[in-house]
Design a protein around this ligand. Structure first.
Ligand SMILES: NC(=O)c1ccc[n+]([C@@H]2O[C@H](COP(=O)([O-])OP(=O)(O)OC[C@H]3O[C@@H](n4cnc5c(N)ncnc54)[C@H](OP(=O)(O)O)[C@@H]3O)[C@@H](O)[C@H]2O)c1
Length: 335
């Protein structure tokens, strides 16, 4: 495989009036040092990438920066004796890819070998990126619920930000496992799509946004996957059934959590924090085995839209405006 002299990426740069980003050409010599060089077939868009494109200091502290926390493609070079062979299909989600190191919205990435995962059997590169970090996070959220003993017979499982990347994959996996899924969405026009993914009932965001200071609300949910945070998460914690479990992974609605201890000490509610970037290797491989095996989402093609690299800026604007739905796969090369 010959590496081209120059190849495209999304580059974020500081400008006089803030931050700009768009497609630029770079060379292999521009890439950060690393052990494995990968030709990227596709990447995906996550909320974190949208934050990077805004120059968010927690995600992209050093500009110029190439975003993209996911990628899937083929190994070009790997150190002798490593686990990877040239031509092997692989994927990366998380670690420092795209935040703070240069990421996968680029035709090539060069990374430490420990970040690289062999493409699981049963998944194409496009399917791996349909999941991406969002799907990987959804799998961890569902695992947190299942492993804490919540069964379908225990009651409804609510998913917030249901049309988003994490939310939509979580809806599909939970439905596949037999749970009755209540999808919280601000997009009633996507009701049919959410039902096709497996949602049983749809409710508006106001259903899980209680502004009162009551320490406990009516018991409603056996479990929850929350991508929103803030007042929504605080409402969910107060609305859980006895011994209910919430997998909390996001903050699109806010990072504050106004609560008392009563849901925890009177109802035994579990608030399970979910982190995907630093997920250790063993549970990481376990998640990919589930996503490519027993939990493989039947509607992956329906979850995904594919865009070229030069459509990323418009798609990022959509995502920041809360208008996107499902997963966006970004095509870099045919593979
Ligand atoms: N902890 C981790 O490791 C991890 C990993 C991945 C993602 N995340 C976080 O999880 C969240 C979701 O990520 P994503 O990639 O799924 O993002 P996304 O695709 O942009 O989806 C977010 C969804 O949240 C809903 N939403 C947007 N703004 C909202 C608001 N102000 N109030 C309530 N709901 C709102 C929308 O769904 P509806 O219109 O259907 O309501 C939107 O589609 C982000 O905060 C992201 O940073 C964390």
């Amino acid at each position: 495989m010959t590496t081209p002299v120059a190849f495209p990426c999304i580059m974020i740069r500081r400008a006089d009036d803030g931050v700009t980003f768009g497609v630029e050409q770079i060379t292999v010599d521009d890439l950060p040092p690393g052990e494995v060089l990968i030709q990227v077939a596709c990447s995906s868009l996550n909320y974190k990438d949208a934050l990077a494109c805004q120059g968010h200091p927690g995600v992209a502290p050093n500009l110029p920066h190439v975003p993209g926390i996911d990628c899937a493609g083929h190994v070009v070079t790997a150190p002798p004796g490593s686990d990877f062979l040239p031509g092997e299909p692989v994927l990366i989600t998380g670690y420092e890819l795209g935040a703070p190191k240069w990421g996968g919205l680029c035709e090539y990435v060069r990374v430490p070998a420990e970040w690289v995962v062999s493409l699981p059997g049963g998944l194409s590169l496009e399917e791996a990126m349909t999941y991406g970090t969002a799907g990987f996070t959804a799998a961890q959220c569902v695992t947190a619920i299942v492993d804490r003993g919540i069964a379908p017979a225990d009651g409804d499982v609510v998913v917030t930000g249901a049309t988003g990347g994490v939310g939509s994959v979580a809806v599909a996996i939970l439905a596949k496992l037999g749970y009755r899924v209540v999808a919280v969405t601000g997009k009633p026009d996507q009701a049919e799509w959410l039902k096709r993914l497996g949602a049983t009932e749809l409710v508006g965001r106001e259903t899980v946004s209680d502004a009162s200071d009551k320490p406990l609300l009516r018991e409603r949910w056996a479990a929850a996957v929350d991508t929103v945070g803030g007042a929504t998460l605080a409402t969910l914690v107060r609305s859980m059934k006895h011994r209910g479990v919430i997998a909390a992974c996001g903050l699109v609605g806010g990072d504050q959590l106004p609560l008392t201890v009563y849901p925890f000490i009177l109802r035994g509610v579990t608030l399970a924090g979910i982190d995907s970037a630093k997920c250790p290797r063993a549970p990481r491989m376990e998640m990919w085995a589930k996503l490519s095996g027993q939990w493989k989402v039947d509607q992956l093609a329906e979850l995904r839209r594919e865009i070229p690299l030069d459509a990323v800026p418009a798609e990022v604007a959509n995502m920041l405006a809360g208008k996107s739905h499902g997963r966006v796969v970004v095509r870099l090369t045919e593979g």
